[in-house]
Ligand binder design. Sequence first.
Ligand SMILES: [Cu+2]
Length: 139
Amino acid sequence: MRKTVFILTLLGLAFGVAPQGRAAGVPAPSPTEGAGGGAVHEPARRPRRVPRAVTVAVSVTEDGFVPSEIRARRGRPLRLVVTRRTDDTCARSIVVPEYHLSRDLPLGKPVSLTLIPRKAGTIHFACGMGMVQGTIQVR
Ligand SMILES: [Cu+2]
C-alpha cells in the first residue's frame, strides 16, 4: 500500500511537474495581462520586506525640536511622534520638504508621521516657516 503511494508520487513528479518546469522559461499567458497592466507589474515594484518602523518621540519646547537631531537607517521606516509642549513657540507645525510631509501640531497632542529614508545623508525638517529646525541623520 505504502509502495503504491510512493510510485504514484513518482509518477506525479515525472508527468505532473516536468511539463510545468519546461514551460517556466516561456512567458505563460496570463488572464490579467492586458486587462489591468498596472496590477500585473505591481508586485515587482513592491519591496520584498519592509522592516519594522523605529519610533522616535520628539517634543517641541522653548528650545525647539527636542531632540533636534535624529538618527535613522536607510530603508527602515522612521516614525516620529511629535508633541508640542509649549505655546511659547512658532513651531506649530512640522514639515519635511524632501518627503512632502506636513503636520499641524496641536498643543499637547502627539502627532505621528512616518517616512522611509531613501538614502544616506541628512533630511531636514522644520516648522512651517522654516525657523525652528532639525535633522534626521540617515546612514
Ligand atoms: Cu516657525
